[in-house]
Design a protein around this ligand. Structure first.
Ligand code: CAA
Ligand code: NAD
Length: 302
């Protein structure tokens, strides 16, 4: 009997059911790694066409993972793919998707008002124990959480693109995040195979506060004509050991996301010239050239 009690207590303390809101570049990867680790995952987006693309993206990516992990045992790889994909349910019904969630991870567009609208609507319907987390690149977690009545059960879980490959997870605690919530987020990060680091709720956390300025400075360098896009990228790859050059990486992250990050920081810190708007970035976004995801950004993609 004592062991049963232990099992029950243990189970109630562990994150098993997760809901990912937003099935784009990041949400699809987050859902995939959670499903691979055995979580039951509900993945929500605004329409079925987008969800179809999301499920295709996950299938392609999980095949790459299986090929690598089960190189010697392809049959086990097939089983891993089937079992993992079975763990994911797709939905367009946001309120219904959170009613059984232990954790909701938000990965929708990088705009405060849209994130506020989402969190205030699901706060009313999610169970009391549910932890809410945002995957925001640059916005304040405290400000996102401000529209909810669960500020102690709110934190940041910041993943990196491509999620199935990048090992890091930044776990952000605000002044109001409880110890229990923080410990659960850290334990979940480890359970899904990530290396976790902790950062206070500061703009860009650790990685983006250092990385985004490099991307922005590279775009300005390109705009001034100091060097060609390709040469700037080659320089950082071969001269500084970066896996991708900054313009390639800006395309890979999404130019809309980069623009939302710099616009948000400029509004908040108007005196910091590092965050000034950049004409060439704004022009590409206005033309719908958002990088790899639309087939064109600083470069063209097949
Ligand atoms: N899903 C699954 N596996 C993938 C994958 C995906 N989406 N993308 C790549 N892979 C795997 C490949 O299958 C390959 O596996 P093998 O080693 O078995 O061959 C491996 O990863 C390497 O891929 P590639 O050979 O295709 O290409 P690569 O060696 O150039 O690596 C990369 C690709 C991992 C993306 C690498 O270029 C890289 O690390 N780039 C930098 C990425 C980065 O900086 N990300 C952070 C962006 S900032 C951010 O995310 C935060 C934010 O808030 C904006
Ligand atoms: P994306 O544009 O690829 O995907 C966003 C998805 O959210 C879209 O499919 C969209 O239809 C959906 N969506 C928008 N509003 C919604 C709503 N109200 N309800 C449900 N779904 C909604 O964007 P992304 O690159 O995946 O970025 C998502 C978040 O993750 C942003 O906050 C971004 O800053 C952050 N982030 C991005 C990266 C990156 O490299 N792209 C890395 C880390 C964090």
């Amino acid at each position: 009997l004592p062991s049963l009690v232990f099992v029950r207590n243990f189970a109630s303390n562990v994150i098993q059911n997760i809901t990912v809101v937003g099935g784009g570049l990041m949400g699809s990867g987050i859902a995939q790694v959670a499903a691979q680790a055995g979580n039951s995952v509900t993945l929500v987006d605004v329409n079925d066409d987008l969800l179809k693309k999301t499920s295709q993206r996950i299938e392609t990516s999980i095949q790459r993972v299986a090929k690598k992990v089960y190189k010697e045992k392809p049959e086990d790889g097939e089983k891993f793919i089937t079992e993992s994909l079975k763990k994911i349910t797709y939905s367009t019904d946001i309120p219904a998707s959170v009613t059984k969630a232990d954790l909701v991870v938000e990965a929708i567009v990088e705009k405060m008002d849209i994130k506020h609208k989402l969190f205030s609507s699901i706060d009313k319907v999610a169970p009391e124990h549910t932890i809410f987390a945002s995957n925001t690149s640059s916005l304040s977690i405290t400000e996102i959480a401000s529209v909810t009545n669960r500020k102690d059960r709110f934190g940041g879980l910041h993943f990196f693109n491509p999620v199935p490959v990048m090992k890091l997870l930044e776990v952000i605690r605000t002044n109001e995040t409880s110890d229990e919530t923080y410990q659960k987020m850290m334990a979940w990060g480890k359970a899904i195979g990530k290396v976790t680091i902790t950062c206070k709720d500061t703009p860009g956390f650790v990685v983006n506060r250092l990385l985004v300025p490099i991307l922005l400075e590279a775009i300005r360098m390109y705009e001034r004509g100091d060097a060609s896009a390709r040469d700037i990228d080659i320089a950082l790859k071969l001269g500084a050991g970066h896996p991708m050059g900054p313009l390639e990486l800006a395309d890979y992250v999404g130019l809309d996301t980069n623009k939302n990050i710099v616009d948000g920081w400029h509004a908040k810190f108007p005196d910091n010239p590092l965050f000034n708007p950049i004409d060439s970035l704004n022009k590409l976004v206005a033309e719908g050239k958002l990088g790899v995801k639309t087939g064109e950004g600083f470069y063209k993609y097949e």
